[in-house]
Design a protein around this ligand. Structure first.
Ligand code: NI
Length: 205
């Protein structure tokens, strides 16, 4: 084997290792989305949080109502505002088509960043997406408990500026039933307002 061939061989081997590493890392960093059906899943449960008006809110307060839930944060530069706008538009279309059924749906935004998402910050944030969107925050412990119970991944990402950190987080629209049991979810990938409307049409009675 001459020198040139040897070098090429090492280059190909190096590329293969780098590619395998990249694929492995991507699979680790972005877990494959599970199926949209959550019937029978062990997800959700009681929580005690504070709404955008500073009032205490418990999961039991939503008993008898469907809950359209999104976890994210107000400082999110792209994914959260995009998904919440689609959630708001999808729900508005359902309200126009089936106002009676839509009245049984509680749209809820739960922050994964309680340090910055105070009730005062959440108030104008949720109002921008839907007039009935409830914004919930709490102590770090309360938020850690609710994200754990609802299977939400959230991790603080430093940017070098302690005030302008980012949050890496799972992004999906959850639908829970009037009994608090999970029904289905829509992943951020491919989310549309129509998909939100279709989800509500399919499940809300
Ligand atoms: Ni986000």
């Amino acid at each position: 084997m001459n020198r040139g061939k040897n070098l090429r061989l090492w280059l190909v081997l190096g590329l293969a290792v780098a590619l395998a590493g990249a694929v492995g890392w991507m699979r680790f960093a972005t877990p494959a989305p599970p199926t949209g059906n959550l019937a029978g899943a062990t997800l959700g449960g009681p929580f005690s949080l504070i709404n955008q008006n500073g009032q205490s809110v418990r999961e039991a307060d939503f008993a008898g109502r469907y809950r359209l839930i999104y976890f994210g944060y107000g400082f999110c530069p792209d994914v959260c505002p995009t998904d919440l706008a689609l959630l708001g538009r999808g729900l508005a279309a359902f309200e126009a088509a089936q106002p009676g059924a839509a009245a049984k749906v509680a749209p809820i935004f739960i922050t994964i960043d309680p340090q910055r998402d105070t009730p005062a910050v959440l108030k104008p944030f949720v109002a921008a997406f839907h007039p009935r969107l409830v914004g919930l925050t709490g102590t770090q412990d309360q938020i850690a408990a609710v994200t754990r119970a609802y299977g939400v991944y959230a991790k603080r990402m430093e940017t070098g500026d302690p005030e302008n950190y980012l949050m890496d987080h799972s992004a999906m629209v959850y639908l829970f039933g009037p009994d608090g049991r999970p029904i289905a979810f829509l992943p951020h990938q491919g989310l549309t307002a129509q998909a939100v409307t279709d989800l509500l049409v399919a499940h809300v009675r």
